[in-house]
Design a protein around this ligand. Structure first.
Ligand SMILES: [Fe+2]
Length: 469
């Protein structure tokens, strides 16, 4: 059965600019800055439809919040993948789960000399004065936050062929950190850092025969945490390229999930630890306490969530999405086995925290995300949740016919608690036929204001809020 929100999964958004969009409620006087979001703006490449939620054409959405009003603009990311599709009328680069036809891809390679898509549609990062749109291919696109126009590409290595990166780098005041998987006969997970001078340096690496699919990684005060799920690929299959990228990966339920700890400074492998097999897209936080490394993430019993995100399934109102839950893993030096527990039983995805102030800290409490209502457990995510890592009650926000996206935390200046601020989420309103920027009090999840957009925005992934006038 088709859903009322199908057009937010399969369709196309228009490029748009609108000043002072209609606002209900009052924005906090301190709330000033720019939210930029990333996600698919179209599932069509020319005449061809993509197959998976992770395949659409990247579109950037900008919300300028200042003096109690909101200006909105959106623009497709200017990429070679988009340019090539416009000239050929078809998808021209391999995406996550949709491939171009081989003869077309050969022509594109000859024209552009590049085998990886620069359709960076997953997340946004800001470091050393640059904004970048990121995906899992090694081509990350720098853009101008004012105009949303592309300003060049970035890669961790001079020759990025045969790589994937995570879409979720970590950062502190001096460095941006990421993990790059380099596929070869013996493959490697390479831990990189970039300085304020934008020079990159490989800090350390872990060798592997069958690399795991990784969307994020963990960082604690002393370690990079590479979580190797038993969802793995024979690198030869990627070389032969007989099927779309992700369909080369297999779930191996007899293998453990392995936590590799790498020293953040020296890159040396500090330990290899095993847990029950599980899968995750998103690490949430990591810290060190009483001699152990604590890793919080949104875990699944297996990787079937990836199959559920194919658009033919996701647009079925009866789809039952596997529930990701907030889990805590305890990595203890001297003990090979990692223990874990669920911090809550509530469904959550696209988890966010007060990263700037509480990342790496064991006293963080609040995890914000999208989830599924207990009384409406089928179909797409239909509520926002706030989970408490210290056992407090789960709070939710939901409205009939509304489907919220990731909620990004914006801290109140001078506040200290990790819920002293607001949450910013783009919500699809199927009743009104448009979307709105929802502003919630992060402490209570009560609505503060909403600013209505001139169109229904397709379901996206991640955003970044930068405070400032
Ligand atoms: Fe993500």
């Amino acid at each position: 059965m088709q859903t009322i929100y199908r057009s937010a999964l399969q369709g196309e958004n228009r490029e748009f600019q609108a000043r002072n969009i209609p606002l209900e409620g009052r924005l906090p006087t301190w709330l000033s800055g720019r939210l930029i979001r990333n996600g698919p703006g179209s599932t069509r490449f020319g005449q061809q439809e993509v197959r998976h939620w992770f395949d659409g054409q990247a579109m950037l959405h900008q919300f300028d919040i200042h003096h109690g009003q909101v200006d909105y603009a959106c623009r497709f990311l200017e990429s070679q993948a988009r340019q090539a599709a416009e000239s050929s009328g078809q998808i021209s680069y391999p995406e996550f789960a949709t491939d171009p036809c081989r003869s077309l891809f050969k022509k594109v390679m000859t024209l552009f000399g590049r085998s990886s898509s620069d359709n960076a549609k997953v997340s946004i990062t800001q470091f050393a004065g640059a904004y970048m749109a990121l995906a899992e291919t090694p081509i990350q696109v720098e853009f101008d936050p004012e105009t949303l126009r592309s300003a060049g590409v970035f890669t961790y290595e001079a020759n990025p062929v045969g790589q994937m990166t995570t879409a979720h780098p970590h950062q502190d005041a001096e460095h941006l950190y990421n993990v790059v998987t380099r596929f070869n006969r013996v493959s490697e997970y390479r831990f990189y850092r970039m300085g304020l001078d934008r020079q990159t340096q490989m800090v350390g690496a872990v060798k592997t025969g069958q690399p795991s699919y990784m969307h994020s990684f963990g960082l604690s005060p002393h370690y990079a945490i590479i979580t190797e799920f038993p969802f793995v690929v024979n690198p030869l299959n990627l070389l032969l390229w007989l099927r779309p990228f992700i369909e080369n990966y297999q779930w191996k339920p007899r293998r453990p999930t392995v936590f590799w700890l790498l020293d953040r400074e020296t890159g040396t492998v500090a330990g290899r630890y095993e847990s029950d097999p599980f899968f995750a897209f998103h690490h949430v936080n990591a810290f060190e306490r009483d001699g152990e490394v604590v890793v919080d993430l949104v875990g699944y019993d297996n990787a079937s969530i990836i199959q559920h995100y194919y658009l033919n399934r996701l647009t079925d109102s009866q789809v039952k999405l596997p529930h990701g839950t907030l889990r805590r893993y305890h990595v203890q030096p001297g003990k090979k086995r990692v223990t874990w527990e669920k911090l809550t039983h509530d469904c959550i995805e696209l988890p966010r925290t007060d990263y700037d102030r509480y990342n790496l800290r064991g006293d963080y409490r609040s995890v914000y995300g999208i989830g599924l209502r207990g009384d409406q457990p089928t179909g797409f995510y239909n509520q926002l949740v706030k989970l408490d890592t210290q056992g407090g009650a789960t709070l939710t926000w939901h409205t009939e016919g509304c489907y919220p996206g990731e909620s990004v935390f914006a801290a109140r200046p001078g506040g200290t608690a990790d819920d002293d601020g607001v949450l910013l989420s783009v919500v699809l309103d199927t009743t009104a036929g448009n979307s709105f920027l929802l502003v919630l009090d992060a402490r209570t999840l009560q609505e503060v204001a909403r600013a209505t957009l001139p169109q229904a925005v397709m379901f996206g992934f991640h955003g970044h809020f930068m405070a400032g006038d």
